[in-house]
Design a protein around this ligand. Structure first.
Ligand code: ZN
Length: 250
């Protein structure tokens, strides 16, 4: 059998699993947004090769030099104003509508902080690492949306005056427990778990893949290359998410 036939067969199996499923959980990572022009953080050519994360993405860095950390995030945020969701984001929004139309449950957990899933029309999105287009107070619980605002800062909190910070999870910080617990619950109870564009190497992605394997979920992996999750997957589709996902939800 040729690889091409094999791929078509795998695609068909994945499509059938999705078309009958009432409960679907999805995990996405940087690989989904790279094709929109949002650079990845990790890996070759990633952002952390340009700027050491210790200088701009830790609570210690913010305490040391809040302006540097704020302005660095503001510049990334402004660049998001120029990118658009791609065919993979749109296919996931379509999948959510299909499942909602048949009365099923759909949850998309993303490691991305670019907001592109929501712009593409996804509704039930859990942002595991927060969002660049939101800021929160470093003192109280105040949060607000800022769109693609690139103003230098940080501004003071309108409620308490403490400096505002990006509402993203930095290195050395814990994920929001409620958000992660909700994601795990959805993954464990899902009939199909679809992981897209993530290397599945590090927490929390690795934890969600394991949760899916512990549950009864049919696991579908879509990624450019094999990952540590591949041996756990019932179907592994290796290629571009922008090409494979539209095929999956057709
Ligand atoms: Zn405050």
């Amino acid at each position: 059998m040729t690889d091409e036939n094999d791929f078509a067969q795998q695609l068909d199996r994945a499509r059938r699993a999705l078309s009958g499923a009432g409960r679907v959980a999805v995990l996405t990572g940087a690989g989904v947004s790279v094709e929109s022009g949002v650079p990845a953080y990790r890996g070759v050519g990633g952002i952390w090769q340009e700027v050491p994360m210790e200088e701009v993405a830790t609570p210690e860095a913010f305490a040391r030099d809040p302006k540097k950390v704020w302005d660095w995030h503001a510049e990334k945020r402004a660049r998001l104003g120029q990118v658009r969701p791609n065919a993979a984001h749109k296919a996931l929004a379509t999948l959510e509508r299909q499942i909602a139309n048949r009365g099923g449950r759909f949850l998309l957990a993303t490691q991305n902080i670019d907001g592109l899933h929501q712009i593409a029309g996804s509704w039930n999105v859990l942002e595991l690492h927060g969002s660049l287009v939101r800021i929160r107070c470093s003192g109280c619980r105040h949060k607000q949306s800022v769109g693609f605002d690139e103003s230098p800062g940080p501004p003071g909190c309108p409620e308490c005056g403490e400096p505002m910070r990006p509402d993203v999870v930095w290195f050395g910080e814990a994920l929001d427990e409620d958000i992660f617990r909700t994601a795990v619950r959805a993954v464990i109870s899902s009939e199909v778990f679809l992981t897209v564009g993530t290397s599945s190497l590090v927490y929390p992605a690795a934890g969600l893949v394991e949760a899916a394997a512990d549950g009864e979920a049919h696991i579908i992996e879509v990624n450019l290359e094999p990952t540590p999750a591949t041996p756990l997957a019932d179907v592994a589709l290796h290629g571009k998410a922008t090409e494979i996902l539209p095929e999956l939800v057709r």
